[in-house]
Design a protein around this ligand. Structure first.
Ligand SMILES: [Zn+2]
Length: 247
């Protein structure tokens, strides 16, 4: 089977209370966390997992602590870490459709987009606490041509050595992306794990719409993955190719 190389791509950061990532733990402690995307290649295909934010000022309404340097703009960051132009990206996989994970979808005009059908439907019918995070301008028909979407109904193999598994909890149709690498299976988890402590400490993140499913999703990640790149893990460095061990 082909081995993949996966790299962390930082598309900004957010200053927030630690407890926002780890339920009530760490309340009152301010931390800065990255917004992670990932670039991956098997030597043939160029794959991007998540696309960061759309517009800094707009995202500030949902997350007042957001910071983005010019080199963290998604297109600039993908170019800097992967050396890819946006039109070279073959596949974009969105873990979910929150606006810090699909914000720059519209910049990747030639890509095929993979999302769980359930997430697509949820994004157009957000629950009240989800409203600030679902910005339809990131994924509607003007952002991404409808025919570029591949809607998934559950776990799927996208390419040899590249699978998605459903990991609901943070959102209703959330998925995580698994890459078969030289070191083992790397899980790009999106926000089912904001930080590695969620899976390794069995501790839910703050934004959870399905509580039991969140813990089942942690279990799926533990069963399938050796390493994890969580959606906002501060211990990972920009451009890193090695990630956090799943315990
Ligand atoms: Zn999210």
């Amino acid at each position: 089977m082909k081995k993949w190389i996966v790299k962390a791509i930082q598309a900004g950061s957010i200053v927030l209370d630690r407890s926002a990532m780890t339920h009530y733990k760490g309340k009152g402690e301010q931390i800065t966390v990255p917004i992670w995307c990932a670039g991956a290649t098997d030597g043939e295909h160029k794959v991007l997992v998540d696309t960061g934010i759309r517009d800094l000022e707009e995202y500030r309404k949902a997350e007042p602590g957001v910071i983005q340097t010019p080199e963290q703009d998604t297109v600039a960051a993908v170019r800097r870490i992967m050396g890819w132009e946006p039109e070279e990206v073959d596949i974009v996989i969105n873990t979910h459709l929150h606006c810090d994970h699909c914000g720059s979808n519209a910049k990747f005009r030639k890509s095929k987009f993979y999302i769980q059908k359930k997430e697509w439907e949820a994004a157009f019918a957000p629950l009240v606490p989800e409203v600030p995070f679902y910005d339809s301008l990131c994924y509607d028909k003007n952002a991404v041509n409808y025919f570029q979407w591949e809607f998934l109904n559950g776990d799927a193999e996208i390419l040899p050595g590249l699978r998605v598994i459903t990991t609901p909890g943070h959102t209703r149709g959330h998925q995580s992306v698994l890459f078969h690498t030289e070191a083992g299976v790397v899980c790009v988890s999106g926000d089912i794990c904001n930080v590695a402590e969620n899976v390794n400490g069995n501790l839910e993140p703050n934004i959870v719409v399905m509580v039991p499913e969140t813990y089942e999703s942690f279990q799926r990640i533990r069963q399938s993955s050796h390493y994890i790149l969580p959606g906002h893990e501060p211990a990972v460095k920009d451009g890193a190719e090695t990630f956090i061990q799943v315990l």
